[in-house]
Design a protein around this ligand. Structure first.
Ligand SMILES: CC(C)(COP(=O)(O)OP(=O)(O)OC[C@H]1O[C@@H](n2cnc3c(N)ncnc32)[C@H](O)[C@@H]1OP(=O)(O)O)[C@@H](O)C(=O)NCCC(=O)NCCS
Length: 194
């Protein structure tokens, strides 16, 4: 996939599939993220070897990764993760990370919209987002897009400082998710270029 989009501030970004060739600009992006973000990530994204292994997992077909570029600089990443478990084949997990200097300009929504389209192609019926309680922006954008908090697991995971955190599992039906995404683009003067 490959598409262009204008953010709310007028910047034109390119969103496309990620490949291993993007590793250097990708590491610049990850290394530039504040510790206050990275603290709640599942893996140490600043570890190059870890990231190489994770990008290679795309070959399995269970991980679809996208990036957004502004002037050849990575400004956002997105991930769709499918489970190998038969009973979860109709679901996928969504993740996105946006450059802190470009937040609140609609980029997170654009990334989630593109992940939605990829999920729809794969006939996904339900999307899942797992976050730690302090990830307030993630929780807010998920609420805005119609995802519901299904369960809170107290002290279930540890952040990178070793502190236990509640994990929140949010899910949404694909049709509902699309309705909210569509509203977002229709209700604002900021139009989708899709
Ligand atoms: C969550 C994240 C992806 C949002 O990206 P973004 O580009 O700022 O999101 P958008 O500009 O598309 O925001 C869309 C809506 O989400 C909500 N939202 C986003 N950030 C918010 C925040 N900090 N507080 C409250 N609401 C927020 C708002 O309703 C916003 O709409 P509005 O701008 O019209 O008010 C970004 O903050 C991020 O990368 N956080 C760190 C990584 C992370 O936690 N990722 C989520 C794992 S799934």
């Amino acid at each position: 996939m490959k598409m262009k989009e204008n953010l709310k501030n007028g910047s034109e970004i390119l969103v496309r599939s990620m490949t291993l060739k993007d590793l250097d600009p990708l590491m610049d992006f990850y290394n530039g993220l504040p510790q206050s973000d990275r603290r709640y990530f599942r893996v140490d994204v600043t570890n190059r070897e870890v990231m190489i292994q994770r990008i290679k997992l795309m070959k399995s077909g269970n991980f679809l990764r996208i990036i957004a570029l502004l002037d050849d600089k990575v400004v956002a990443t997105g991930l769709l993760e499918f489970s190998e478990e038969e009973w979860r084949k109709h679901q996928c997990e969504l993740r996105t990370i946006v450059d802190p200097t470009l937040r609140h300009k609609g980029l997170g929504t654009v990334m989630l919209r593109e992940l939605y389209h990829l999920a729809a192609e794969k006939k996904v019926e339900r999307v899942v987002v797992r976050i730690m309680r302090p990830q307030k922006a993630a929780r807010a954008i998920c609420h805005k897009l119609g995802l519901r908090e299904e369960v809170v697991l107290p002290d279930y995971v540890k952040d990178i400082t070793g502190r236990k955190q509640d994990m929140i599992i949010m899910t949404g039906d694909m049709k509902e998710f699309w309705r909210e995404l569509e509203h977002f683009f229709i209700d604002t003067d900021w139009r989708s270029h899709r």
